[in-house]
Design a protein around this ligand. Structure first.
Ligand code: 3EB
Length: 329
């Protein structure tokens, strides 16, 4: 039997490359041609005007952060329907939901609402293979034991995921913001062909986490190789080994463990080693005072990789840093 990647190469659709992800200055006033989505970071980000493709991410930058730009070759159409914004072009779909927990009874209800909207939208779209999804909620570690807000979010997320996610979970990040109370932001990248999920042999798959991490295990894959086979979309990656958090209280050791996990994902996904100039990364840092250490680590190990450093809480209280991003071939 031929490997799946070989079959993809024979499909006429497979020639269509993945969106290009960069951190770049936006021209004033309007988004550049081919923009599928654009993200500003934090309260000071400059909006290009009322455009459904633009999202203000509720995480504050801890160093200078240019906007994140997703571009494709070809025409992009876009619109808004209630809490949901979308854009599509070249076989790619961006969709985002922003909502207020107060209208949905808390983090569980808000997550269910957001995922129901996204699932329903994606289900009727030709681009119904969700590859990658991002989640930002406030006070992520508030609440004790099974009532921790992140765990409530996980329960609502799986409840709202429809059949579109039944084929397997997308790569994801779930990060705590410090912006408007009750704000939930969820956005995704989907496409018209199946990607390849990649797990990390150093880690238990998240959906198989044991009961101690909550009633509902988190529903995400560690990474996705996008169908054009040209880029690995890497989930939020932290110092988790097996299912346990490693190196509580030790930022340097957590960074080194995170790097081993990232390297394992590259290797398991069949990507070349390391993060070069075509590997835009994000580091989420729990304590702003740790930003300089995280930045120095990234500069020492991935000097070429574009990096955005954000103030974000990791979904396990003992974890100090998490890194995600893209690795193009
Ligand atoms: C971990 O490895 C750290 O719930 O979507 C990383 C990426 C984590 C995504 C999610 C959670 C999520 O378990 C936490």
């Amino acid at each position: 039997m031929r490997p799946a990647s070989d079959m993809r190469e024979r499909s006429p659709l497979a020639a269509r490359p993945s969106p290009t992800v960069t951190y770049s200055d936006l021209p004033a006033g309007s988004l550049p041609p081919g923009t599928l989505a654009a993200f500003g970071f934090g309260a000071q980000a400059t909006s290009p005007g009322d455009d459904p493709r633009w999202l203000r991410v509720a995480l504050e930058p801890l160093a200078e952060a240019l906007p994140e730009l997703w571009t494709i070759e070809g025409e992009v159409t876009y619109g808004r329907e209630g809490d949901l914004s979308w854009s599509r072009g070249g076989g790619w779909l961006y969709a985002a939901v922003e909502c207020d927990e107060a209208h949905h009874g808390g983090p569980e209800g808000a997550a269910k609402h957001a995922y129901e909207l996204l699932s329903a939208f994606v289900a009727q779209a030709p681009e119904h293979h969700v590859q990658r999804i991002w989640n930002y909620l406030g006070d992520i570690n508030a609440g004790a034991g099974d009532d921790e807000r992140y765990k409530q979010f996980c329960t609502g997320r799986i409840a709202g995921m429809g059949d579109v996610f039944a084929q397997g979970f997308p790569a994801a990040s779930a990060i705590g913001h410090h912006a408007r109370k009750g704000l939930l932001q969820v956005y995704l990248l989907a496409t018209d062909r199946e990607g390849t999920r990649v797990e990390n042999p150093r880690q238990v798959s998240a959906w198989q986490y044991p009961r101690q991490y909550g009633r509902t295990p988190p529903s995400f894959a560690r990474a996705t190789l996008l169908p054009a086979d040209d880029v690995l979309a890497i989930s939020g990656t932290a110092a988790v080994v097996g299912h346990a958090s490693a190196h509580t209280g030790d930022l340097g050791a957590q960074l080194a463990e995170t790097q081993r996990n990232l390297d394992a994902l590259l290797s398991n996904g069949g990507l070349p080693e390391g993060f070069d100039v075509r590997a835009p990364l994000k580091a989420y840092v729990r304590h702003p005072d740790d930003a300089a250490v995280v930045l120095a680590f990234a500069q020492a190990h991935w000097p070429q990789a574009p990096l955005v450093l954000l103030h974000g809480d990791i979904c396990r209280e003992e974890l100090l840093v998490e890194i995600d991003g893209w690795r193009y071939r």
